[in-house]
Ligand binder design. Structure first.
Ligand SMILES: NC(=O)c1ccc[n+]([C@@H]2O[C@H](COP(=O)([O-])OP(=O)(O)OC[C@H]3O[C@@H](n4cnc5c(N)ncnc54)[C@H](O)[C@@H]3O)[C@@H](O)[C@H]2O)c1
Length: 254
């Protein structure tokens, strides 16, 4: 049911990982309208963002858009990047403009500046490392995915300067489902998204898990040598140019 006192916020990719968090955490404060690729158990406007005409009706009467829909994997091939991340993101901004939506929040990524991380590994993961690559750093995407997010940010700039829209681009580091058990954690390694400076974000796949281990403990263990790494993490570290011994963490997978 529509609640006139609440802002109406359209969430693209509302069925996804971050979309589910947004629905859970912000559903009480805003009237959230979901746009999803496929029918869901909750009400949603079902459409492919690569199809401008199909998504346009969802933007009518909306106060803000949270644009999450995309192919989120860093190794996404061009054939998917083109419709989901490039055409789709343009369509979302354009549909918002046509409907007079004043504000768009765009889910960008650390991979816009991912080459700094590739160059800096593994030292950059040190808790005391002071390097920060914010919005003033030259963009250095590490993938077509990273390029697609830089493109989304540039589109946002265009819609601000040409169309007076308010746009926020969030370079999200890593959002992962928490493992429900140490066993699951070992089987499905995940990165930790922390509410601390980005330099503290670590891929903790190499770290032995114990129930109740704090983030600080985990970070401290980053100083431990390479044998802690599993084969996949070692391969990842090697791809990043990290030395075998002492290479402690990989980059987040997206
Ligand atoms: N999870 C992270 O760590 C992370 C980090 C940085 C940026 N991001 C960005 O945040 C956003 C959400 O990520 P996520 O982890 O929730 O991913 P996710 O895959 O769980 O959700 C993305 C959703 O987008 C939908 N989608 C994809 N293509 C679509 C299309 N053509 N039309 C309509 N819907 C489409 C998918 O169905 C999916 O549900 C993405 O833009 C991603 O690039 C995520």
């Amino acid at each position: 049911m529509s609640s006139p006192e609440k802002r109406r916020v359209l969430v693209t990719g509302a069925e996804g990982l971050i979309g589910s968090v947004v629905r859970r955490e912000l559903g009480g404060r805003y009237e959230l309208i979901a746009l999803t690729l496929t029918p869901q158990s909750f009400p949603s406007h079902v459409a492919d963002i690569a199809d401008l005409a199909a998504i346009e009706p969802a933007f009518v009467g909306i106060d803000a858009v949270v644009h999450l829909a995309a192919s989120p994997a860093v190794e996404t091939p061009w054939e998917e990047i083109l419709p989901n991340n490039l055409i789709g993101t343009y369509n979302v901004f354009e549909a918002a403009r046509r409907a007079g939506v004043p504000r768009v929040v765009f889910a960008s990524s650390n991979h816009v500046v991912g080459m700094y991380e590739v160059d800096g590994a593994p030292e950059i993961y040190g808790v005391d490392d002071r390097r920060v690559y914010d919005h003033t750093a030259e963009i250095r995407p590490d993938s077509l995915y990273g390029v697609s997010k830089a493109y989304g940010e540039a589109l946002g700039r265009l819609f601000v300067e040409r169309h007076g829209m308010s746009v926020f681009c969030l370079r999200i580091g890593a959002v992962r489902l928490a493992a429900r058990s140490p066993r699951e954690a070992a089987r499905r390694p995940h990165a930790i998204g922390v509410a601390e400076p980005a330099r503290l974000r670590v891929a903790d796949r190499a770290l032995p898990r114990r129930r109740g281990r704090s983030l600080r403990d985990r970070l401290r263990r980053l100083g431990e040598p390479a044998p802690l790494l599993g084969p996949r993490a070692r391969a990842r570290a090697a791809r990043l140019g990290a030395p075998g011994r002492g290479a402690r963490v990989g980059t987040a997978p997206r």
